[in-house]
Design a protein around this ligand. Sequence first.
Ligand code: CTP
Length: 403
Amino acid sequence: MSIISGKNILLGITAGIAAYKTASLVRLFIKAGAHVKVVMTPTAKAFITPLTLSTLSKNPVYSSFVNKDEGDATWNNHVDLGLWADFFVIAPATANTLSKMAQGTCDNLLMAVYLSAKCPVYFAPAMDLDMYKHESTINSLNILKDYGNIMIPATSGELASGLIGEGRMAEPEAIFAFLEQDILGKLPLRGKKVVITAGPTYEAIDPVRFIGNHSSGKMGFEIAKVAANLGAEVFLISGPTHQKVTHNLIDVTPVISAQDMYEAVHKHFGNCDIAILSAAVADFRPKAVAAQKIKKKEPVLTLELEKTQDILASLGRIKNKQYLVGFALETNNEIENAKGKLKNKNLDLIVLNSLNDKGAGFKTETNKVTFIDAEEHITEHPLKSKTEVAEDLWNVIIKHIHA
Ligand code: CTP
């Protein structure tokens, strides 16, 4: 999954011959799962038709403040467009538009949107080589960089004039790749490796039966998705679950038993920066697994159980740089029990959910949690979706690692 999936991208097109390439750019954004709207200068319509762009973007194309053609003239709200966008990409950006952006000249809808946009602005210059080298263009580019706008540099090659040199707009694939890399590079968990456990474990009794629990894995998968969207490289180690995820930053290792999970976690822990153990690991397993299906010939069956390894506690014993988070599901004396686990397992944070809270725990879409950190600061949260709980958790961790 691309990092721009689900994002709102506003494409600003100005009047350069490279405008014809923006049809491919819109396609690339749409294929990556982004929502695209296009705003173009009136003259840009001479280079590519609004119909092409609206068909590809699946949205109306905006180019004037007022839609005069309709019986009742309607106003295109530049502020709304600017606020809608997560990213504003101006491609091609002509010398004229770059100069207007640098000076704040607001003589068309695109410029009004630019001046009201609150999101990151990218621009891909396109012009003839001498225009690109002109002192006034260089001034504009420097001013725009000082404003925090991000330049997608022009490349060298044959120009519309027939001359050869620098000034060609970057190709749509290069603009797309630039945007993805830039967004990724600025994410707060970029460069961090994270291990997450999720779901239940199944402890075999015989070839067809097991001891398990009702964990759905939803909480762990949400923690993994939020982490990947924040730029982390995620190793998700999951017991049997129906949850699914496809994200190029999430590597899923499916496991069955507590022992499998223990081994998979230890394989990654040494290299990781953060570990969050949200799995509902079985505390006990049958001491011996029957080789054949157990027959019901006896009136009573006694299973001898032995303790599984406590994965979280084992990490607490060996951790050095890692930030270690555990979960606690309690039914009574919740805070005291959770504090006990925090200390005994040498954690940096524990997420407590009480089975007494409605909507918290297994098989629900929601959770009600309390965070307790190593200094025993307690933060209670109201009932929230598991995605929101995952976001709250990452906010706390990010604050800690950037402190
Ligand atoms: N955990 C683990 N390995 C185990 C058991 C638990 O990694 N074998 C982790 C869980 O993923 C969770 C935390 O430990 O992060 C939860 O511990 P919990 O099962 O609530 O507590 P226990 O320490 O097992 O104590 P008890 O069951 O007695 O409450």
